[in-house]
Ligand binder design. Structure first.
Ligand SMILES: Nc1nc2c(ncn2[C@@H]2O[C@H](COP(=O)(O)OP(=O)(O)O)[C@@H](O)[C@H]2O)c(=O)[nH]1
Ligand SMILES: [Mg+2]
Length: 224
Protein backbone atom coordinates (compact mmCIF):
# COMPACT_ATOMS: atom_id res chain seq x y z
CA UNK A 1 0.00 0.00 0.00
CA UNK A 2 1.29 3.48 -0.86
CA UNK A 3 2.31 5.84 1.92
CA UNK A 4 -0.35 8.33 3.01
CA UNK A 5 1.02 11.86 3.20
CA UNK A 6 -0.55 14.07 5.81
CA UNK A 7 0.06 17.80 5.86
CA UNK A 8 -1.41 19.73 8.77
CA UNK A 9 -2.01 22.96 6.88
CA UNK A 10 -3.23 24.83 9.92
CA UNK A 11 -0.01 24.06 11.76
CA UNK A 12 2.01 25.12 8.68
CA UNK A 13 0.13 28.44 8.58
CA UNK A 14 0.65 29.03 12.30
CA UNK A 15 4.36 28.13 12.05
CA UNK A 16 4.85 30.53 9.12
CA UNK A 17 2.98 33.20 11.06
CA UNK A 18 5.25 32.64 14.07
CA UNK A 19 8.36 33.33 11.95
CA UNK A 20 6.91 36.60 10.65
CA UNK A 21 5.81 37.54 14.19
CA UNK A 22 9.47 37.15 15.25
CA UNK A 23 10.46 39.55 12.44
CA UNK A 24 7.85 42.05 13.70
CA UNK A 25 9.22 41.71 17.26
CA UNK A 26 12.72 42.38 15.97
CA UNK A 27 11.53 45.42 14.00
CA UNK A 28 9.84 46.83 17.12
CA UNK A 29 13.06 46.28 19.06
CA UNK A 30 15.22 47.97 16.42
CA UNK A 31 12.88 50.91 15.82
CA UNK A 32 12.04 51.21 19.53
CA UNK A 33 8.28 51.20 19.50
CA UNK A 34 5.78 49.40 21.77
CA UNK A 35 3.35 47.22 19.83
CA UNK A 36 -0.07 46.73 21.46
CA UNK A 37 -2.63 44.28 20.05
CA UNK A 38 -6.25 44.83 21.14
CA UNK A 39 -8.75 42.05 20.50
CA UNK A 40 -12.44 41.59 21.39
CA UNK A 41 -15.80 40.62 19.95
CA UNK A 42 -17.47 43.16 17.61
CA UNK A 43 -18.93 46.11 19.50
CA UNK A 44 -17.16 45.41 22.81
CA UNK A 45 -15.79 48.95 22.70
CA UNK A 46 -12.28 48.75 21.15
CA UNK A 47 -12.52 51.94 19.09
CA UNK A 48 -14.05 54.00 21.91
CA UNK A 49 -11.41 52.73 24.36
CA UNK A 50 -8.49 53.34 21.95
CA UNK A 51 -9.68 56.88 21.24
CA UNK A 52 -9.78 57.59 24.99
CA UNK A 53 -6.31 56.08 25.49
CA UNK A 54 -4.89 58.18 22.62
CA UNK A 55 -6.38 61.38 24.07
CA UNK A 56 -4.78 60.55 27.44
CA UNK A 57 -1.34 59.57 26.09
CA UNK A 58 -0.94 61.91 23.13
CA UNK A 59 0.94 64.62 25.04
CA UNK A 60 3.57 62.13 26.21
CA UNK A 61 3.90 59.56 23.43
CA UNK A 62 3.84 59.54 19.62
CA UNK A 63 1.21 57.01 18.63
CA UNK A 64 0.34 55.22 15.39
CA UNK A 65 -2.67 53.00 14.74
CA UNK A 66 -3.33 49.91 12.60
CA UNK A 67 -7.03 49.36 12.02
CA UNK A 68 -8.18 45.90 10.92
CA UNK A 69 -11.67 45.72 9.46
CA UNK A 70 -13.54 43.44 7.13
CA UNK A 71 -14.87 46.52 5.31
CA UNK A 72 -15.07 50.31 5.70
CA UNK A 73 -12.75 52.98 7.13
CA UNK A 74 -15.09 54.34 9.83
CA UNK A 75 -12.83 53.48 12.79
CA UNK A 76 -9.65 54.57 10.95
CA UNK A 77 -11.23 57.96 10.21
CA UNK A 78 -11.95 58.45 13.94
CA UNK A 79 -8.25 57.76 14.70
CA UNK A 80 -7.15 60.07 11.91
CA UNK A 81 -9.34 62.83 13.36
CA UNK A 82 -7.07 62.72 16.45
CA UNK A 83 -4.15 63.43 14.13
CA UNK A 84 -2.38 60.09 14.63
CA UNK A 85 -0.81 58.24 11.66
CA UNK A 86 -3.26 55.47 10.78
CA UNK A 87 -3.20 52.49 8.42
CA UNK A 88 -6.45 50.78 7.48
CA UNK A 89 -6.14 47.08 6.65
CA UNK A 90 -9.16 45.96 4.65
CA UNK A 91 -9.45 42.23 5.26
CA UNK A 92 -12.36 41.32 2.96
CA UNK A 93 -13.71 37.99 4.19
CA UNK A 94 -11.02 37.05 6.72
CA UNK A 95 -11.73 36.96 10.44
CA UNK A 96 -8.35 37.87 11.96
CA UNK A 97 -5.11 39.77 11.43
CA UNK A 98 -1.86 37.85 10.97
CA UNK A 99 1.76 38.88 11.41
CA UNK A 100 2.36 39.40 7.66
CA UNK A 101 -0.49 41.93 7.59
CA UNK A 102 1.06 43.78 10.53
CA UNK A 103 4.46 43.76 8.81
CA UNK A 104 2.84 45.30 5.73
CA UNK A 105 1.00 47.91 7.79
CA UNK A 106 4.19 48.83 9.68
CA UNK A 107 5.92 49.54 6.33
CA UNK A 108 3.31 52.28 5.91
CA UNK A 109 3.78 53.98 9.29
CA UNK A 110 6.52 56.53 10.15
CA UNK A 111 8.14 54.16 12.65
CA UNK A 112 11.15 56.40 13.35
CA UNK A 113 8.72 58.97 14.76
CA UNK A 114 6.57 56.61 16.88
CA UNK A 115 6.80 55.19 20.44
CA UNK A 116 3.56 53.19 20.39
CA UNK A 117 1.68 51.35 17.64
CA UNK A 118 -1.84 50.25 18.57
CA UNK A 119 -3.53 47.46 16.61
CA UNK A 120 -7.34 47.31 16.62
CA UNK A 121 -7.86 43.68 15.63
CA UNK A 122 -10.92 42.26 13.84
CA UNK A 123 -13.94 41.82 16.13
CA UNK A 124 -13.84 38.09 16.92
CA UNK A 125 -13.01 36.08 20.06
CA UNK A 126 -11.83 32.99 18.14
CA UNK A 127 -9.31 33.29 15.25
CA UNK A 128 -7.35 36.41 16.35
CA UNK A 129 -6.23 34.49 19.46
CA UNK A 130 -4.42 31.95 17.28
CA UNK A 131 -2.20 34.45 15.47
CA UNK A 132 0.86 35.85 17.25
CA UNK A 133 1.37 39.39 15.88
CA UNK A 134 4.69 39.99 17.62
CA UNK A 135 3.03 42.44 20.04
CA UNK A 136 4.61 43.50 23.35
CA UNK A 137 1.13 43.55 24.86
CA UNK A 138 -1.50 41.10 23.56
CA UNK A 139 -4.73 42.21 25.21
CA UNK A 140 -8.48 41.89 25.02
CA UNK A 141 -11.63 43.77 25.90
CA UNK A 142 -14.68 42.06 27.35
CA UNK A 143 -17.72 44.28 27.76
CA UNK A 144 -20.21 43.80 30.59
CA UNK A 145 -23.21 43.09 28.27
CA UNK A 146 -21.34 40.08 26.79
CA UNK A 147 -21.50 38.24 30.13
CA UNK A 148 -19.01 36.86 32.66
CA UNK A 149 -18.88 33.34 31.17
CA UNK A 150 -16.82 34.11 28.07
CA UNK A 151 -13.57 32.70 29.49
CA UNK A 152 -15.31 29.31 29.64
CA UNK A 153 -16.45 29.58 26.03
CA UNK A 154 -13.38 31.19 24.40
CA UNK A 155 -10.50 29.93 26.59
CA UNK A 156 -7.69 30.47 24.06
CA UNK A 157 -8.33 34.22 23.83
CA UNK A 158 -8.13 34.55 27.62
CA UNK A 159 -5.01 32.35 27.69
CA UNK A 160 -2.90 34.31 25.20
CA UNK A 161 -3.57 37.80 26.60
CA UNK A 162 -1.57 39.65 29.25
CA UNK A 163 -4.28 42.25 30.00
CA UNK A 164 -8.06 41.87 30.14
CA UNK A 165 -9.94 45.15 30.04
CA UNK A 166 -13.49 44.67 31.29
CA UNK A 167 -15.27 47.58 29.71
CA UNK A 168 -18.72 49.22 29.92
CA UNK A 169 -18.74 48.85 33.72
CA UNK A 170 -21.17 51.80 33.77
CA UNK A 171 -23.68 49.13 32.56
CA UNK A 172 -23.13 46.81 35.56
CA UNK A 173 -26.46 47.78 37.27
CA UNK A 174 -28.34 46.56 34.17
CA UNK A 175 -26.71 43.14 33.80
CA UNK A 176 -26.14 40.01 35.91
CA UNK A 177 -22.39 40.26 35.45
CA UNK A 178 -20.39 38.53 38.19
CA UNK A 179 -16.89 40.05 38.25
CA UNK A 180 -15.69 37.47 40.82
CA UNK A 181 -16.83 34.57 38.62
CA UNK A 182 -14.94 36.10 35.69
CA UNK A 183 -11.79 36.40 37.81
CA UNK A 184 -12.01 32.79 39.00
CA UNK A 185 -12.58 31.46 35.47
CA UNK A 186 -9.75 33.50 33.94
CA UNK A 187 -7.24 32.63 36.71
CA UNK A 188 -7.79 28.94 35.97
CA UNK A 189 -6.60 29.60 32.41
CA UNK A 190 -4.01 32.30 32.87
CA UNK A 191 -2.53 33.21 36.21
CA UNK A 192 -0.62 36.17 34.73
CA UNK A 193 -3.65 37.90 33.23
CA UNK A 194 -4.15 41.36 34.74
CA UNK A 195 -7.78 42.52 34.87
CA UNK A 196 -8.80 46.18 34.54
CA UNK A 197 -12.48 47.13 34.94
CA UNK A 198 -13.11 50.38 33.03
CA UNK A 199 -15.77 52.53 31.46
CA UNK A 200 -14.72 54.50 28.41
CA UNK A 201 -18.02 56.34 28.82
CA UNK A 202 -17.54 57.68 32.37
CA UNK A 203 -13.74 57.32 32.57
CA UNK A 204 -13.97 55.05 35.65
CA UNK A 205 -10.91 52.80 35.97
CA UNK A 206 -9.06 54.51 33.10
CA UNK A 207 -6.48 56.25 35.33
CA UNK A 208 -5.44 52.89 36.83
CA UNK A 209 -5.18 51.28 33.41
CA UNK A 210 -3.16 54.18 31.96
CA UNK A 211 -0.76 54.08 34.94
CA UNK A 212 -0.09 50.36 34.34
CA UNK A 213 0.30 50.93 30.59
CA UNK A 214 2.79 53.79 31.03
CA UNK A 215 4.86 51.65 33.39
CA UNK A 216 4.82 48.72 30.99
CA UNK A 217 5.79 50.91 28.03
CA UNK A 218 8.60 52.53 30.01
CA UNK A 219 9.92 49.10 31.09
CA UNK A 220 9.74 47.77 27.53
CA UNK A 221 11.36 50.80 25.91
CA UNK A 222 14.16 50.64 28.48
CA UNK A 223 14.85 47.03 27.52
CA UNK A 224 15.17 47.88 23.81
N1 LIG B 1 -22.09 52.40 28.04
C1 LIG B 1 -20.93 52.26 27.43
N2 LIG B 1 -20.92 52.15 26.08
C2 LIG B 1 -19.71 52.01 25.48
C3 LIG B 1 -18.48 51.98 26.20
N3 LIG B 1 -17.48 51.80 25.31
C4 LIG B 1 -18.06 51.75 24.11
N4 LIG B 1 -19.40 51.87 24.19
C5 LIG B 1 -20.38 51.83 23.09
O1 LIG B 1 -20.35 50.52 22.50
C6 LIG B 1 -20.60 50.61 21.10
C7 LIG B 1 -19.51 49.90 20.33
O2 LIG B 1 -18.28 50.58 20.58
P1 LIG B 1 -17.03 50.50 19.61
O3 LIG B 1 -15.95 51.27 20.28
O4 LIG B 1 -17.39 50.88 18.22
O5 LIG B 1 -16.72 48.93 19.64
P2 LIG B 1 -15.75 48.04 18.70
O6 LIG B 1 -16.61 47.45 17.64
O7 LIG B 1 -15.20 46.99 19.61
O8 LIG B 1 -14.69 48.95 18.16
C8 LIG B 1 -20.71 52.11 20.78
O9 LIG B 1 -22.08 52.45 20.73
C9 LIG B 1 -20.03 52.77 21.97
O10 LIG B 1 -20.51 54.08 22.23
C10 LIG B 1 -18.53 52.09 27.63
O11 LIG B 1 -17.53 52.06 28.35
N5 LIG B 1 -19.79 52.22 28.18
MG1 LIG C 1 -14.01 49.28 16.20
Amino acid sequence: MKELKFIDLKQCILDDNGHVADEVRELARQKKFFLWNIMSSPGAGKTTFILDVIRRLKGEFRIGVIEGDIESTVDAQKMQALDVPTVQLRIGGDCHLDAAMIKKALENLPLDELNIVIIENIGNLVCPAEFDLGANLPSMLLSVPEGDDKALKYPLMFSVCKALIVTKIDCLPLFDFDMEALKINTRRLNDDLQIFPVSAKTGEGMDEFIAMLKQLIANNLQLL
